[in-house]
Design a protein around this ligand. Structure first.
Ligand code: FMN
Length: 335
């Protein structure tokens, strides 16, 4: 019997739950095509970063000031910033090209932490044909005087201003570090998020002991990182009027199955694809289908959320009680 692998994500009907997450793997047409051939149901393009946008705005402003100082009449030649056609232009072209060449949905991505020119670029990404936008909010509060309310307000302001600007579905990619993640998740949805992508994998800096410089530290993920999104997806499933995507630590079919059982609508892969190439996705997809068939499920929908906190036999396992059990049951050769 054939299995119905389709899933709904952000209101889009996807042929299966495997999505290629934003990474260099989704950054050029050739690898996008290879991902589609391997069975990816959708792709998220690498982000357009706030820093690129800021840089762009400064450059445009300088250009305008320079020119308008020189020639009063040149004011007429310069379009409004809103319609200026330069810079992240190549990003927008990439979306157009991907849309032209691929049959699967193409999701654009913006990455930053403050409102800036984002709404303008969100609109441009929509106008380039993207099927949805993923907003990766990567904001690190550093000031001991800055309150959690202010940080949360920044997130919500950003989401609602982008939501007001575009009509395509809006996914919001966040980290796990909120005092009450479920409440924050709900407020993000109320502010206009059509879906949440859990979780952003923050790259922590390191210190080089030779130079005493602070250096970036980028490592591909490990499968054990899945436990964090898995738990929160299981807790959030059924509580929000929004899609849930799992990202971080999804490398194999078992990881995909677990995220679906917890309640995710899609499983996103980046590190595993960077490590093994786009073809890896085909193997994962085949193994997912085999697992589902062997267990006599008939569809992904049937699987979704069946081991979420709402539906599992021991909801406490997702809460505090498992913590004590795990600590007490630890055995190791040195104790
Ligand atoms: C080299 C690299 C580049 C990435 N670039 C982006 C990006 O541009 N935007 C974004 O939202 N996430 C980016 N990510 C994060 C991935 O999309 C993904 O969420 C994260 O790596 C966790 O998934 P994984 O365990 O499958 O790698 C990047 C990850 C890697 C490893």
């Amino acid at each position: 019997m054939s299995v119905d692998l389709t899933t709904q994500y952000l209101g889009l009907k996807l042929k299966n739950p495997l999505v290629a997450s934003a990474s260099p793997m989704t950054g050029n047409l050739e690898s996008l095509q290879r991902l589609e051939e391997a069975g990816a149901a959708a792709v998220v393009l690498p982000s357009l970063f706030e820093e690129q946008i800021d840089h762009e705005q400064v450059a445009i402003q300088q250009l305008q000031e320079f020119q308008t100082d020189s020639f009063a009449e040149s004011l007429d030649y310069f379009p409004e910033l809103d319609t200026y056609n330069t810079g992240p232009n190549s990003y927008l072209k990439k979306i157009e090209l991907a849309k032209k060449e691929l049959a699967i949905p193409v999701i654009g991505s913006l990455n930053g932490g403050c409102r800036g020119g984002w709404t303008r670029y969100a609109r441009m990404i929509q106008d380039s044909g993207a099927d949805a936008l993923e907003l990766n909010i990567y904001f690190v509060p550093t000031d001991a005087e800055s309150s959690s309310q202010a940080t949360e307000a920044q997130y919500l302001g950003l989401v609602s201003s982008v939501r007001e600007t575009i009509s395509i579905p809006l996914a919001v990619k966040i980290g796990p570090y909120f005092s009450s993640l479920p409440e924050m998740a709900k407020r993000l949805v109320d502010a206009g998020a059509s879906g949440l992508v859990l979780f952003n994998r923050y790259l922590e800096p390191d210190i080089d002991l030779e130079t005493l410089d602070v250096v970036p530290f980028l490592q591909l993920s490990r499968r054990s990182e899945l436990h964090l999104p898995l738990r929160w997806i299981a807790l959030l499933h059924g509580q929000l009027q929004a899609s849930l995507a799992a990202t971080s630590g999804i490398h194999k079919a078992d990881d995909v199955i677990k995220t679906l059982l917890a309640g995710a609508d899609v499983a996103m892969l980046a590190s595993a694809l960077l490590e093994h190439g786009p073809q890896h996705l085909r193997n994962v997809l085949q193994d997912v289908e085999t697992w589902i068939t062997d267990r006599e499920y008939t569809s992904v929908t049937q699987l979704k959320g069946s081991v979420s906190r709402l539906n599992c036999t021991d909801p406490g396992a997702y809460e505090r009680s498992n913590y004590m059990k795990a600590l007490v049951s630890y055995t190791g050769k040195n104790i």
